[in-house]
Design a protein around this ligand. Structure first.
Ligand code: GTP
Ligand code: MG
Length: 296
């Protein structure tokens, strides 16, 4: 896994090359810390997270810190920022519902398909709810994945209330004793406030109809937009149910450093990485592995 992650992260690794070069430059500690600040910001780590990192390095490494010590400390700080405390361990439950939320084009539908393919391979009974009724083609896109992966899809009509589609999907899920229901939602409706209200309504239906189920909401964020991912995510923090992040399109972007900004500023754990357009292009996110791959 680490090998292929390193390959997929090639462009982000390039963006971090200056960080590694600086640490091994033989410069004075003060100079290194100063250069590090600029190098991290350029690598899309974001100003707030960079300040935390440099501040922590100043506080935790002694004046006489050798360079190897500084590099190890940087790795540790990155791992800490990538491991926010509110990543709740998922309680065991008979059934799980996963809501995919996020702005349009971020990768919600594709990421739902990736999770579904993997769960199915693990022997779980998986179903899709096509609750993106705002865009005419959206339900069909999920239906195409459903046919490809041989996974049932509950659809509604174009323009239907997403909560009603989810209600129907939940009934079918209960009747068929499914294990995991993946709910694809709209990335855009008329206003953001409406979208958040709509997501709350969808979640209320799930919680009411499946009180014993584990309900997760994954915020799907596109890594290629860099720091804008943080801005997009802030809007979705108004939705109460978020449990984690699915960071997509990490392959081929130099902006993967945004993962650090996203986790640090939103306080939400990154759970999965999207590494391509195919159903197998998914990796569980491990902060330590990610940092090792970046700075290897
Ligand atoms: N390279 C790459 N492309 C991805 C990844 N995830 C999704 N994509 C592509 O990004 C585009 C948008 O993905 P969708 O899954 O349709 O995004 P969405 O969030 O469902 O979009 P809307 O339904 O319009 O809101 C598609 O062309 C996907 O193939 C990824 O991890 N890597
Ligand atoms: Mg979609």
């Amino acid at each position: 896994m680490l090998g292929s992650l390193k390959e997929k992260l090639a462009r982000t690794r390039d963006a971090f090359r200056r960080v590694g070069d600086l640490l091994r430059s033989g410069k004075r500690r003060d100079e290194i810390l100063e250069g590090l600040e600029e190098a991290l910001i350029r690598a899309d780590v974001g100003v707030a997270a960079t300040e935390k990192i440099v501040g922590a390095l100043k506080a935790r490494t002694g004046k006489a810190e050798d360079q190897a010590g500084l590099e190890a400390a940087l790795r540790d700080e990155l791992v800490v920022l990538l491991s926010p405390a509110n990543g709740r361990p998922a309680p065991a439950a008979v059934q799980t519902v996963i809501l995919m939320v996020g702005v349009n084009g971020g990768g919600k539908t594709t990421s739902a398909a990736k999770l579904a393919a993997r769960l199915k391979r693990d022997g779980r009974r998986v179903m899709f709810a096509a609750a993106d009724t705002f865009r005419a083609a959206a339900q069909e896109q999920l239906a195409v994945w459903g046919r490809k992966l041989d996974i049932p899809v509950v659809k509604g009509s174009y323009g239907a209330d997403p909560a009603s589609v989810v209600f129907d999907a939940v009934q079918s899920f209960k009747a068929q004793r499914g294990d995991v229901l993946l709910v694809d939602t709209a990335g855009r409706i008329h206003t953001n406030a409406n979208l958040m209200a709509e997501l709350e309504k969808v979640r209320r239906v799930v919680v009411r109809e499946l009180p014993a189920a584990r309900v997760e909401s994954l915020l799907v964020l596109d890594a290629t937009v860099g720091q804008n991912a943080v801005l997009q995510a802030r809007e979705f923090l108004k939705f109460s149910g978020l449990t984690g992040i699915f960071l997509t399109k990490v392959d081929g972007t130099a902006k993967g450093g945004a993962a650090i900004a996203v986790a640090a500023e939103l306080g939400l754990p990154i759970r999965y990485l999207g590494l391509g357009e195919g159903e197998d292009d998914i990796a569980d996110f491990s902060p330590r592995e990610f940092v090792e791959a970046l700075l290897a």
